[in-house]
Design a protein around this ligand. Structure first.
Ligand code: GDP
Length: 440
């Protein structure tokens, strides 16, 4: 899986930080050394890494992190925000002029996924109501024209080709053709080479000046790490690209290209390719990518919401229970009601960290489920709520009948309770300092 090594190393660094409870500057510096190594090992550009680490350290040391109730969480929050900044802070959309023709020039090295992504983009735009035209400007390999035709057919998008003549001519003719046939977007699949060479760059420059593209998208292969970033820099110097399509994020890329390319070229990643099929194209969301790298879903929004919603007294009471390992079904009921106040269950699940979200998904919670859960717990006696182990098959039948549910529902709830208790123990491992944040 992509970013696995990086995610693991970062979470190990943060785990140590969390275990400390109260933090001082030295703790942050130690953690940042680990972050630095993790980034370098993930093939993130050296300069980018250095800037990143110093930005985080400065903010962490400067902010009132050490005074906060959850210092480790605050450091993670800063790292998260800086990762987002690194990748471009906002989603960058395609610039499609509202009037006239839009030309998208796809360029990149051979094998980066240019033809595939020309097709993916065509399909996406077609789905949005546009009428794209794919144009075969890679005239050096007859197989490339054929490949684009295959992709075009799969995408249900016409392909314009003129065989192996001058690609500048083809591009110009394609624009005229598109005008005649009502194609509002023209996607040029240009030639690639195994390495950057002058002739290729000259040709791309000529195409650019002949057709004045709205977008020049550089397709780079995430698996090639820093090489991809070097390629991006050269293309950008010569062609002034408008954005990047980062492909093969479904492979076990270490993360270097995703994290460095924006910082090095100043150009945003607009799309990511996540597979060989034409539907495997996603807009690139820096925030989601950052969360994914940190293996945390959108846990920060969740923390913020939780901090807004949980009242202090209730929290202290829960903490006490947790410390004494006395979290029971009555508490679960109360916590579910608190969570309910924070938003829909689906929204909350979306914010859960990867592993946790997945576990909770297994627990199959949805809105109705919360009502059912409440009904089931309310049908239990106080003793049963306090000691779920008491609930034998006969009691289960009684509870199910009382709450208008099935024995399986009761079983599911008990399983869920068990998972929840396990997670809570995991998330509230006591540090030296009393921890106030509780995920539930
Ligand atoms: P081009 O030479 O730049 O036009 O590259 P192609 O579009 O021919 O892609 C090269 C190879 O990479 C093909 O085998 C594609 O199926 C594969 N490929 C392209 N994009 C992706 C992607 O996002 N994920 C994966 N796993 N493979 C991809």
């Amino acid at each position: 899986m992509a970013f696995e090594g990086l995610s693991e190393k970062l979470s190990a660094a943060f785990k140590r930080l969390k275990q400390k409870g109260k933090l001082d500057e030295k703790d942050v510096k130690t953690a940042m050394r680990e972050v630095r190594l993790a980034l370098l090992e993930a093939d993130v550009n050296y300069k980018v890494t250095k800037q990143f680490v110093s930005a985080v350290t400065e903010r962490a040391v400067g902010a009132a992190v050490f005074e906060s109730l959850t210092p480790a969480q605050q450091v993670i929050k800063i790292v998260h925000e800086e990762l987002i900044n690194l990748m471009g802070s906002e989603v960058s959309r395609l610039q499609i002029p509202s009037k006239g023709q839009c030309v998208i020039m796809m360029c990149g090295l051979q094998g980066s996924g240019k033809t595939t992504h020309s097709g993916k983009l065509a399909k996406l735009l077609k789905g949005q109501g546009h009428r794209p035209l794919l144009v075969a400007c890679d005239v050096y390999r007859p197989a490339a024209i054929k490949q684009l035709q295959v992709v075009g057919e799969q995408a249900g998008v016409p392909v314009f080709e003129m065989g192996q003549i001058d690609p500048v001519e083809i591009a110009k003719k394609a624009l005229a053709h598109a005008r005649d046939y009502g194609n509002d977007i023209v996607i040029l699949d240009t030639a690639g080479r195994l390495h950057i060479d002058e002739q290729l760059m000259g040709e791309l420059e000529n195409i650019k000046s002949a057709v004045d593209p709205s977008e020049i998208l550089l397709v780079i292969d995430a698996m090639t790490g820093q090489d991809a970033v070097n390629v991006a820099q050269s293309f950008n110097d010569l062609l002034e690209i408008t954005g990047v399509v980062l492909t093969k994020l479904d492979g076990d890329t270490r993360g270097g290209a995703a994290l460095s390319v924006k910082a090095v070229t100043g150009k945003p990643i607009k799309f990511s390719g996540t597979g060989e099929k034409l539907d495997d194209l996603e807009p690139f969301y820096p925030d989601r990518m950052a969360s994914r790298i940190l293996g945390m879903g959108d846990v920060l929004t969740f923390i913020e919401k939780a901090q807004e919603q949980f009242d202090e007294k209730q929290q202290q009471k829960m903490e006490e229970k947790l410390r004494q390992n006395k979290f029971d079904l009555q508490d679960m009921l109360e916590q579910l009601e608190q969570i309910n106040k924070m938003g829909s269950m689906q929204q909350i699940m979306g914010m859960m960290p990867g592993g946790m979200g997945a576990q909770m998904k297994d627990a199959d919670i949805d809105e109705r489920q919360i009502d059912r859960t409440r009904a089931i717990i309310l049908s239990m006696t106080p003793q049963e709520r306090a000691k779920p182990k008491l609930i034998n098959p006969a009691r289960k039948r009684r509870i199910a009948a009382g709450s208008g549910t099935k024995v399986e529902d009761v079983n599911r709830l008990l399983k869920q309770f068990e998972q929840m208790s396990k997670l809570i123990r995991q998330f509230t491992r006591p540090g030296k300092r009393r921890r106030r944040f509780m995920p539930f």
